[in-house]
Design a protein around this ligand. Structure first.
Ligand SMILES: Nc1ncnc2c1ncn2[C@@H]1O[C@H](COP(=O)(O)OP(=O)(O)OP(=O)(O)O)[C@@H](O)[C@H]1O
Length: 877
C-alpha cells in the first residue's frame, strides 16, 4: 500500500526552485569545507605564533604598531620584532594588549577544533560548547588578571596579562563596589559553572566538568541521548556515511517524521533533487537507528516504577511507524497525524497507608460501667435542693412604662429635616425607631450630599432639638443610612424583672448568660460573659455603673447553680458589693484563712489576684493532663466519669472576678495589681476565669495599655470627657450619652447603644437573701494559698522563747504529713490564717521546715518524729 509521496505537499521540504540553492550547496560542499577547515587550522597556528611572539617582544613593538599607519609600511615592517612581522605585531597588540591579554590564547583551541571538524568531519570537542566556554573564560580570566593588575601598582608592566577589557571591567567594578569587585568576578564564575555544567550538587562539579568534555551516550540514560541526537541531527549530518536506500522508502508517507524533525529545511541540504531525497532517506535511516536504540533500551530491563513505562511506549511506537517497508505502519499513519501532543499522567507510587490506630474507647466514650453504677456525675448534688431565685423577687415597674408619643416623634422629625434643609441638605427618606431612652432617626440623604456635612451638624441639630446627647452615626454600619439618636422626652425604665423574665434570657444556652438591658430598638440584649471573655466597665460617677454590675451579677445568679459558678468580689469602696456577702457559702470564693469573702483591703487584693493566677496554673495543668482544650470540655469529661478524682481531677466551677473600682487599686498598688490582672486576662479565658473590672476614671494611667489590650469587651456609661470615651471605647460617643444607665457596649468592632436594666438595692438584697437562706457549702470556695514575695523575704523576728502554745502540735503534724503547708495547720488545728502563718514562721526559724517557696508547700527538713523529739529537747520544750 505504499504510496508515492507528493513532494509539493511536504511542508518541510525545500522548494526545488530556490535560486540561491546551488551557490549555497557549493559553499557547503565537501571541497569548500576542506579548504575552510585547513585555513582555520592554519589561522590558529599563526595566531598562536603572533600572540606568543607578542608576549616576548610586544613592548618593543608597541611604538611601531602605534605609528604603523603613519609611516611607510615597509619601514615599519623592518623595525618590528614579532615573528609574524607587522601583521603579527598588530594582531598581538589588539588581542593581547588592547582586548583580552593572555586569555586571547583561548581563541586558538576553538579555531583548531572548528578547523579539524571541517577538514576531517570529526568533532574532537563539541564546538558550540567549546566556543561558549572560550568566550566566558576569555572575559573571566581577563577580568581576574585585570583585578590583579589594578590592585598591584605596576599597571603598565602587567597590563599585557589582563588586556584592556580586564582592566576596564575592573575599573568599572571598582567605581561601583571597590574591593567587592573580586566577589562579583568569583560569583560570575560560580554562576557560569552551575548553569553551564548543570551542577546540582557541589560534590559533582568535577564529575560534571569531566562528563561535558566528551559527549558519550551512556546506557544509563539512553533516552536523553536519543533526543539529543535528534536535536543535533542537522549538525551531525556530514558525519553520516551514505547508506544505500531501498526503493520503497521514497514512496512511504512520512508525515509525522517531518513535523518533529525539521531537517529538510536546513541549508546543509545537498544541491540536487535526487540528493534531496537522499538526504531525506538519510534522516530516515538516522531515525531508524535511533528507534532501534530505543527498542534495545526498552528490551533491556530498566529499574523504573511500573507507572513510568507507559511514558516511553508511545515514543517507541511513533518511531517504529516510520520504518519504511512495514505496510502495517502505513495504515497507522492517520492515527499518528493527530495534532495532539502526547499526554501522559505519571502516577506516583501509592503511599503505604498504615491502618488507623484504634482509639481507646474510654477516651471518647463515657465510662459506661461507672455511669451504670453511679450515674453521671452531678456537680449540683452537693446542694441538690438548691432553688434558683424566682423573678417574683424582683419589682415590676409598670408605672414607668413611658412610650414615645407619635406627636413627639413627628415634631422631632420635622425639626431634624428643617435644620438639615437650613444648611442646604435635602433628605430622600427618614425613619424613626423609638427605643427606651433614645429614638433613632435613620435618614437617607439625597444623591450628592456629603456624609461629613451631616456629621458636622451634630451640635446644630442638638441645639434645634434643645436636647442633650444627640449622637450621629454616619453611616450606620451595614445599613446604608445615617443614624441620628435623639433622647426621648420621657425615658422608659428597663426593669431587671422584664429582661430576666424574657424568653430570650430564660432560654439562653450561653455558658455565662448576662442580660444587660435593651437596645435602642427595644430588643432585649443577652450576651455571654464566657465569650467576651473579660469585661471592662467605665463611667463617670452616678451614671449607673454599680447598677450595671448588679444587673450582671444578678443575671448570673438567676441562671447558674452554686456548684457551677463562683465570684471573687473585690470592692475597694467597701459598700458597693457588700450585699453579696450573704451568698458567701454558695457563690463566693476567698483566700484560705480570711474572714470576709468580699475583699476590700489592697494587700489582700494582691494576694487574691496572685492566688487566682496559681489557680489558673493548676487548672491548666489539670486540663493538660485530661487532654482538654477548655473548661467546658474538661467538665463534660468529668461528668461522664472519664477523669479520675484520685488523680486530682475535680469539677471546676467558673470563677468570675469582679473589681468594682480599679482606679483605687492602681493608685495604691500599681504594678502589683496590673501584672496579675493582665496575666489573668491574657490566659484565663480557657480555664473559666473571667474578669469584670470597673472604674469611674477611665484614664490611661488606670486603664493601661496592658490591661486594655486584654479586654476586648468594653462597656461605657456616660463619661465626662471625650478623651475618656476614647480611652475606653477608642472612639467618641460615651461623652454624649444621657446617663442613668444609657451605655455603649463594644464587643470586638461592634458597638451597640443600650439602656441598662435597672435593679434596685432591695431587689439585689432579696435575691441574695433567697439564696443565702438556703443550705450552702460549709465554707466559701477556697482559692489556693498564696503568700506574697514579701512573706518569704521579710525578716522574721521570731522569738524562740515565746513560741506559740500550739507549736509542738503543729510541728508534729507537719512532720507526720511531711507537708509544709500553712493551710494544713489551719484545717487540722482549726486555726486562723494569721496564727497558722506565725506558727509556720516559728517552724522555719527552728529548722522544721525550709523557706517559703511561692505557691509550693515548704520543704520539711525533719524526717521522723524521733528527730523532732530530739529537737524539742534541744529547744527545751
Ligand atoms: N439602668 C438604670 N435605669 C434607671 N436609672 C438608673 C440606672 N442606672 C442608674 N440609675 C440611676 O442612677 C443612680 C446612680 O447609679 P449608680 O449608683 O449605679 O452609679 P455609679 O456609676 O455606680 O456611681 P458611683 O460610681 O458613684 O457608685 C441610681 O441611683 C439610679 O437612680
Amino acid at each position: 500500500m505504499a504510496k508515492k509521496v507528493d513532494s509539493s505537499k511536504q511542508p518541510l521540504r525545500k522548494p526545488a526552485s530556490k535560486p540561491s540553492k546551488s551557490l549555497r550547496a557549493t559553499i557547503a560542499g565537501p571541497s569548500t569545507r576542506l579548504v575552510i577547515g585547513g585555513l582555520t587550522v592554519l589561522l590558529a597556528v599563526l595566531l598562536f605564533l603572533a600572540f606568543f611572539s607578542y608576549l616576548i617582544s610586544g613592548e618593543a613593538d608597541q611604538s611601531v604598531v602605534g605609528a604603523a599607519f603613519k609611516t611607510p609600511l615597509k619601514d615599519s615592517g623592518q623595525k618590528v620584532q614579532n615573528w609574524l612581522g607587522l601583521t603579527g605585531a598588530i594582531v598581538g597588540h589588539f588581542f593581547v594588549f588592547q582586548w583580552f591579554g593572555i586569555a586571547s590564547f583561548l581563541i586558538i583551541p576553538v579555531l583548531l577544533v572548528a578547523g579539524i571538524k571541517l577538514t576531517f568531519s570529526r568533532e574532537i570537542f563539541p564546538l558550540k560548547r567549546l566556543t561558549y566556554q572560550a568566550i566566558f573564560y576569555m572575559l573571566w580570566v581577563s577580568a581576574v588578571l585585570g583585578f590583579v593588575v589594578l590592585w598591584s601598582d605596576s599597571q603598565s608592566n602587567l597590563s599585557t596579562l589582563s588586556g584592556g577589557v580586564g582592566l576596564l571591567i575592573n575599573q568599572l567594578l571598582y567605581n561601583l563596589i571597590g574591593w567587592g569587585s573580586i566577589a562579583v568576578i568569583a560569583a560570575a564564575l560560580f554562576v557560569f559553572v552551575i548553569y553551564f555544567y548543570r551542577v546540582d550538587s557541589l560534590e559533582h562539579v568535577a564529575e560534571k566538568v569531566e562528563g561535558m568534555k566528551v559527549p558519550r551516550p551512556t546506557v544509563s540514560n539512553p533516552f536523553k541521548n536519543l533526543f539529543k541526537e535528534i536535536e543535533e541531527l542537522d549538525e551531525d549530518e556530514e558525519e553520516e556515511k551514505p547508506i544505500e536506500k531501498p526503493a520503497p522508502v521514497k514512496e512511504e508517507p512520512k508525515p509525522v517524521l517531518r513535523k518533529p524533525i525539521p531537517v529538510i529545511t536546513e541549508p546543509d541540504e545537498p544541491e540536487e533533487e535526487a540528493d534531496e531525497e537522499e538526504q531525506e532517506y538519510l534522516q530516515l535511516q538516522k531515525v531508524n537507528r535511533l528507534a532501534e536504540d530505543a527498542r534495545r533500551v526498552l528490551e533491556t530491563p530498566i529499574p523504573l516504577p511500573v507507572e513510568a513505562v507507559p511514558v516511553e511506549e508511545p515514543v517507541l511506537e511513533e518511531v517504529v511507524a516510520y520504518t519504511p517497508p512495514a505496510p502495517k505502519v502505513s495504515r497507522e499513519v492517520p492515527k499518528e497525524k493527530s495534532p495532539e501532543p502526547d499526554f501522559i499522567i505519571e502516577k506516583a507510587p501509592a503511599e503505604e497507608v498504615l491502618p488507623p490506630k484504634k482509639i481507646e474507647k474510654l477516651d471518647t466514650q463515657p465510662n459506661e460501667s461507672l455511669i451504670k453504677e453511679l450515674g453521671l456525675y452531678d456537680p449540683t448534688l452537693d446542694l441538690a435542693r438548691y432553688q434558683y431565685p424566682s423573678v417574683e423577687l424582683l419589682r415590676e415597674y409598670t408605672a414607668d412604662k413611658a412610650q414615645v408619643s407619635e406627636e413627639e416623634l413627628k415634631t422631632k422629625k420635622d425639626t431634624i429635616l428643617r435644620t438639615l434643609s437650613d444648611y442646604g441638605i435635602s433628605i430622600a427618606s427618614i425613619k424613626a425607631t423609638p427605643g427606651p431612652t433614645v429614638t433613632l432617626y435613620e435618614i437617607v440623604p439625597s444623591a450628592g450630599v456629603k456624609i461629613s456635612r451631616i456629621k458636622s451638624l451634630e451640635d446644630d441639630i442638638a441645639l434645634s432639638l434643645a436636647a442633650l446627647g444627640i449622637r450621629i452615626i454616619a453611616p450606620m454600619p451595614g445599613k446604608g443610612t445615617i443614624g441620628i439618636e435623639v433622647p426621648n422626652k420621657n425615658r422608659e425604665m428597663v426593669s431587671i424583672r422584664a429582661v430576666v423574665a424574657s424568653e430570650k434570657f430564660q432560654k439562653s444556652t450561653a455558658e455565662l448568660p448576662v442580660v444587660l438591658g435593651k437596645t435602642i430598638s427595644n430588643e432585649i440584649f443577652v450576651t455571654d460573659l464566657a465569650k467576651m471573655p473579660h469585661l471592662l466597665i467605665a463611667g463617670a460617677t452616678g451614671q449607673g455603673k454599680s447598677v450595671g454590675m448588679n444587673v450582671i451579677l444578678a443575671s448570673l445568679l438567676y441562671k447558674k447553680h452554686p456548684a457551677q459558678l463562683k465570684f471573687v468580689l473585690v470592692d475597694p469602696k467597701k459598700v458597693e458589693l457588700s450585699l453579696f456577702s450573704k451568698i458567701e457559702r454558695h457563690f463566693l470564693a476567698k483566700l484560705p484563712g480570711t474572714e470576709d469573702a468580699i475583699i476590700t483591703d489592697t494587700k489582700k487584693v494582691i494576694y487574691t489576684l496572685n492566688s487566682l493566677c496559681v489557680e489558673m496554673d493548676s487548672r491548666y495543668e489539670l486540663l493538660k493532663n485530661a487532654g482538654c482544650r477548655n473548661l467546658k470540655e474538661y467538665n463534660q469529661k468529668f461528668i461522664e466519669r472519664r477523669l479520675n478524682p484520685e488523680k486530682g481531677h475535680r469539677f471546676l466551677p467558673y470563677i468570675v472576678l469582679v473589681i468594682d473600682e480599679l482606679a483605687d487599686l492602681m493608685m495604691t498598688a500599681g504594678k502589683e495589681v496590673e501584672t496579675p490582672i493582665a496575666r489573668l486576662a491574657q490566659l484565663a479565658r480557657a480555664i473559666g476565669i473571667h474578669l469584670i473590672v470597673a472604674t469611674q476614671r477611665p484614664s490611661v494611667d488606670i486603664i493601661t495599655g496592658k490591661i486594655k489590650a486584654n479586654f476586648p469587651a468594653r462597656l461605657s456609661f456616660k463619661v465626662t470627657q471625650k478623651v475618656d470615651s476614647r480611652t475606653i471605647l477608642d472612639t467618641n460617643g460615651a461623652d454624649q450619652l444621657v446617663g442613668q444607665g444609657d451605655m455603649l457596649f463594644l464587643q470586638g468592632s461592634d458597638m451597640t447603644r443600650l439602656q441598662c436594666a435597672f435593679v434596685d438595692t432591695p431587689e439585689v438584697d432579696a435575691v441574695c437573701d433567697f439564696i443565702g437562706e438556703q443550705q450552702g457549702y460549709s465554707d466559701a470556695y477556697l482559692l489556693p494559698e498564696f503568700e506574697g514575695d514579701e512573706a518569704g523575704n521579710d525578716e522574721k523576728d521570731v522569738d524562740l522563747a515565746q513560741l506559740d502554745p500550739m507549736f509542738k502540735d503543729a510541728a508534729r503534724l507537719i512532720v507526720i504529713h511531711q507537708q509544709g503547708s500553712t493551710s494544713l495547720i489551719q484545717r487540722k488545728m482549726k486555726l486562723g490564717y494569721n496564727r497558722a502563718g506565725r506558727i509556720m514562721d516559728q517552724l522555719e526559724a527552728t529548722g522544721v521546715v525550709g523557706p517559703f517557696e511561692g505557691s509550693k508547700a515548704r520543704e520539711v527538713l525533719i524526717q521522723s518524729e524521733e528527730r523532732l523529739d530530739e529537737l524539742f529537747k534541744e529547744l527545751r520544750l
